[in-house]
Ligand binder design. Sequence first.
Ligand SMILES: CC(C)(COP(=O)(O)OP(=O)(O)OC[C@H]1O[C@@H](n2cnc3c(N)ncnc32)[C@H](O)[C@@H]1OP(=O)(O)O)[C@@H](O)C(=O)NCCC(=O)NCCS
Length: 165
Amino acid sequence: MRKEKVSFEIERAREDQLDELARLYLEGYKGLEEYSYTHPDDVKAYMEWLWRRDPEGIFVAKANGKIVGFVAGDSNWFSKREHKKVGAIHEIVVHPDYRGMGIGQALMKRILEYFKEKGLHTAELWVGDENYKAIDFYRKLGFKEKGQYNYWVRMTLDLNHSKAQ
Ligand SMILES: CC(C)(COP(=O)(O)OP(=O)(O)OC[C@H]1O[C@@H](n2cnc3c(N)ncnc32)[C@H](O)[C@@H]1OP(=O)(O)O)[C@@H](O)C(=O)NCCC(=O)NCCS
C-alpha cells in the first residue's frame, strides 16, 4: 500500500556515510534477522566489504536531510550461475517509516541505470525465500526467480529488456 509521498533524492554514497548505513541496515532488518547480520561489528565489516566491492555502486536516498534508504550494487561481480560478469545487487534497505513511498523502487532504478552505464546485460540478486515482501518488490521490477540455494532464491533481470528504466 502506498503511503503519503515524501520528497527524496538519490545520491551516490560517500565512504564517511558507512556507519550511518550500518545503523539503517540494523533498523531495516528488524524482523528479518534470519537473513541478516545482527552483530554491529559484522554489519560494519559487511558495509566495508560492500564499499570495497564497488565504491561507485552504492546509492543513498535522502529525505529531510537524512539517509532513509540505500542500495549496494556491484558492477564487478562474476556470477557462477550466469558464467559471466553481472550487476549484483548485494543489498537494499529502506527505513521502515519510509516504506511504500517509492523510495526502494527509485533506488533500484538508479542501480540498474548504473549497471547499464557499465555495459552490463544482466542484474542478479539473492533474496531470503520467506522474504515475500522483497520477492514481490523485485517481481514488480521485472526480476524472475531462477532457482534456489538453501534458503536463498536467486533472481535475475535482463537489463536490455527491463521495464524498470
Ligand atoms: C524491499 C524494500 C527495500 C522495499 O522498499 P520500499 O521503499 O518500501 O518499496 P517501494 O515503496 O518503492 O515499493 C515498490 C513496490 O513494491 C511493493 N511493495 C513495497 N512495500 C510493500 C508492502 N509493504 N506490501 C506490499 N507490497 C509492497 C509495492 O507493490 C510497490 O509497488 P507500487 O508502486 O505499485 O506501490 C523494503 O521493504 C525493505 O527495506 N525491506 C527490508 C530489507 C529487505 O528485505 N531488503 C531486501 C533484501 S534481498
